[in-house]
Design a protein around this ligand. Structure first.
Ligand code: ADP
Ligand code: AMP
Length: 215
């Protein structure tokens, strides 16, 4: 069973590695960032509210995010395992996650993987990130370019640069990460399920290390 939490700064490669894991392990990926971006695209009340925070590189309030994840984890497709990508991001989110897994679902996390990349590499990774408008697949203009510029290899969708992948917003997101999210490694320290993986190197090499952990 794989019930995984991916920790790590924005740009560490959580989404990239998740796409490999979901294919091989047949688990679902729950990316709170993706859920929020869909809501923004659809123009829902949630989307309108979240956009203000996202554009400023700030975190969306805990109660909103916790509500989203609580509903998502109740869905049937999570029963075979899941990856939480981008959640939890604060201690209150982690405490709520523990409670909902234990009290509502009677399951526990199997692995917490902290994917570690230094700040000085994050800027280049995120300014060069391109995301498919159609399927959400992630590319990098230098490290993982599509076969045809601006076009998704998988679905032919148009690649775009996320609004929050601009230098100024990236710097704010990194600050928020250090102030609020990096402490989660400590929170999970005594769980016996925390694994630290160096996120620098070839995508395939990093995935091999993750597979050794997941078994
Ligand atoms: P996260 O989900 O943690 O924010 P992503 O998976 O979206 O990070 O990766 C951020 C950017 O870095 C993307 O453009 C991706 O293609 C690129 N990337 C991911 N892993 C690596 C790697 N090991 N080496 C170089 N670039 C990478
Ligand atoms: P991500 O796609 O994970 O980089 O998230 C993009 C943005 O969505 C973040 O900068 C936050 O504004 C918001 N967001 C995503 N996940 C969370 C979360 N768990 N808590 C608060 N805000 C979040």
């Amino acid at each position: 069973m794989v019930n995984l939490v991916f920790l790590g700064p924005p740009g560490a490669g959580k989404g990239t590695q998740s796409s490999y894991i979901i294919n091989e392990y047949k688990v679902v990926q729950i990316s709170t960032g993706d859920i929020l971006r869909s809501a923004v695209k659809e123009g829902t009340e949630l989307g309108k509210m979240a956009k203000k925070y996202m554009d400023e590189g700030k975190l969306v309030p805990d109660d909103v995010i916790i509500g989203i994840v609580r509903e998502r984890l109740k869905q049937d497709d999570c029963k075979n395992g899941f990856i939480l990508d981008g959640f939890p991001r604060t201690i209150p989110q982690a405490v709520s996650l523990d409670a909902m897994l234990k009290d509502d679902l009677n399951i526990s996390l199997t692995h917490i993987i902290s994917l570690e990349v230094d700040d000085n590499l994050i800027m280049e990774r995120l300014t060069g990130r391109r995301t498919c408008k159609g399927c959400g697949k992630v590319y990098h203009i230098k490290y993982n370019p599509p076969k045809k510029e601006g076009v998704c290899d998988d679905c032919g969708g148009e690649l775009y640069q996320r609004d929050d992948d601009k230098e100024e917003t990236i710097a704010k997101r990194l600050k928020v990460y250090h102030e609020q999210t990096s402490a989660l490694k400590d929170y999970y320290k005594n769980s016996g399920k925390l694994y630290v993986v160096d996120g620098v190197g070839e995508v395939g090499d990093i995935y091999r290390k993750i597979k050794e952990i997941l078994g």
